[in-house]
Ligand binder design. Structure first.
Ligand SMILES: Cc1ncc(COP(=O)(O)O)c(C=O)c1O
Length: 448
């Protein structure tokens, strides 16, 4: 499997048509063009036959061969189709340091495929605050079916020695999520990569980059081997597609080949239409992520100044204990945006935009949390995140309800912890909505 290259030959594999005048490699795009330019142009070259600026949706499941084995790069849609190739090219171009993109039918099937690639009786080290579905697959599917053993470690606070002590001779993978869900703990990716490199089993480092998206964080540039995304969230960005993807750097050709083989063999592949939608979403990722971040910072500051709030967790806030690490972890394109944002506002900024996710503890308990969630007008009470619309939820009873109460308590997921996915509506409307919902939550029940 070679890195995705745009040439007269391979463009035929992207839009499904010969393409004579576009010779761009992702490498060239990476050095020539900024994030938003790559998101819009890579994988989306105008069709030379029709002039269509947007790739057509290619629904065909099979492709004509001119002689046996003589085809235009497509045989059968599970093994490859023009829209999936186009999306994979876009993803490899926007996840900095990426050369291979491999798309799946959901974030969860992406996780399953990576873990299956480890083979029988492997050991992995995972951040302890991993997404619940990932935890479930590791402990209840891979453990039973392939003898996978997982050690869950607090990768935010554990010392180097504690992390090194968790490695075994058969440790094949380190699974990182940062920020974690829902308490937004931060893991220093570069530090974990350097510890992994000193382990005799030379484990791969995978980062689930769903929460920050390729805009705010570039794990491959920090040395990670694989990035995964639930594209369902920010990359698609419109809450209308379930999909996942892996992105790997150029030096992992053999690994990419193996994962590509499993993509076809397992067959958990996304539809052409969903790929087309996700690619359309990815084209505005940079615009949306800037707006998500600016809105989230404004909402975090409003929460911070409210007497009805016990604690606000938003790593972009200047007062967050790991605000320095959050800044250090920014991708180069996000840092350029953040520096400009802060320069324009000076000390008034109160921090910097750092994605759209906020968690906070409302003063009181489940009753106050519930009143807040049902009083909000614009923040819809719903699971998921990363869409243009603002959402709010109660992790203890919704997204993290399957975690036993004792473990939830250890992770700090109490009945008064509310998670917000801040959308891209008008900032002042969102702040006003939060303020009125907090006031409503503080009223005695009979006054509601
Ligand atoms: C961080 C993270 N990773 C993976 C997933 C799984 O993705 P999907 O819902 O697309 O299967 C989710 C879903 O919420 C998630 O939040």
């Amino acid at each position: 499997m070679s890195p995705i290259i745009f040439s007269s030959e391979s463009a035929a594999q992207t839009n499904g048509h010969a393409h004579s005048n576009s010779i761009h490699t992702i490498k060239e795009h990476a050095s020539l063009d900024g994030f938003g330019t790559r998101a819009i142009h890579v994988g989306s070259e105008p069709n030379p036959e029709t002039g269509a600026v947007i790739p057509a949706i290619s629904l065909s499941t099979t492709y004509k061969q001119h002689g046996v084995g003589n085809h235009k790069g497509f045989e059968y849609s599970r093994s490859g189709n023009p829209n999936r190739n186009a999306l994979e090219a876009t993803l490899a171009a926007i996840e900095s340091g990426g050369a291979y993109g491999i798309a799946f039918a959901s974030g969860s099937s992406t996780t399953a495929t990576v873990l299956q690639s480890l083979g029988p009786d492997a050991h992995i080290v995972s951040v302890n605050d991993v997404y619940g579905g990932t935890f479930r697959y590791m402990t209840r599917v891979a453990a039973e079916n392939q003898g996978l053993e997982a050690t869950f470690v607090d990768l935010e606070n554990a010392s180097d020695d504690e992390i090194l002590a968790s490695f075994r001779p058969n440790t094949k993978l380190i699974w990182i999520e940062t920020p974690t869900n829902p308490t937004l703990r931060l893991v220093d990716i570069a530090r974990i990569v350097s510890l992994a490199r000193s382990a005799p089993s030379n484990p791969l480092v995978l980062v689930d980059n769903t929460f920050l998206s390729p805009f705010y964080q570039s794990p491959l540039v920090l040395g990670a081997d694989i990035v995964m995304h639930s594209l369902t969230k920010y990359v698609n960005g419109h809450s209308d597609v379930v999909m996942g993807a892996l992105i790997l750097p150029a030096h992992h050709a053999a690994l990419a080949e193996k994962l590509r083989f499993l993509q076809n063999a397992i067959g958990a592949v996304p539809s052409a239409y969903d790929c087309w939608l996700a690619q359309r979403g990815a084209k505005t990722l940079h615009l949306r992520m800037k707006a998500h971040g600016a809105n989230a910072l404004a909402v975090a500051r409003a929460l911070q100044s409210s007497s009805h709030v016990e604690e606000v967790i938003y790593p972009g806030l200047a007062s967050h204990p790991r605000n320095d690490l959050a800044y250090r972890s920014l991708s180069s394109h996000a840092r350029a945006y953040v520096d400009r944002y802060v320069k324009e506002r000076g000390d008034e900024a109160g921090g910097f935009p750092y994605g759209g996710m906020i968690s906070f503890r409302i003063r009181g308990g489940a009753t106050e949390a519930n009143k807040f969630l049902t009083s909000a007008r614009l923040f819809t009470l719903a699971e998921s995140l990363g869409g243009v619309e603002s959402l709010a939820e109660l992790p203890a009873q919704m997204t993290h309800g399957s975690i036993p109460p004792a473990e939830r308590a250890l992770l700090g997921i109490g009945d008064n912890l509310i998670r917000l996915s801040v959308g891209v509506e008008e900032e002042e409307d969102l702040v006003a909505d939060i303020e009125q919902a907090l006031a409503a939550a503080a009223l005695p029940s009979k006054d509601l």
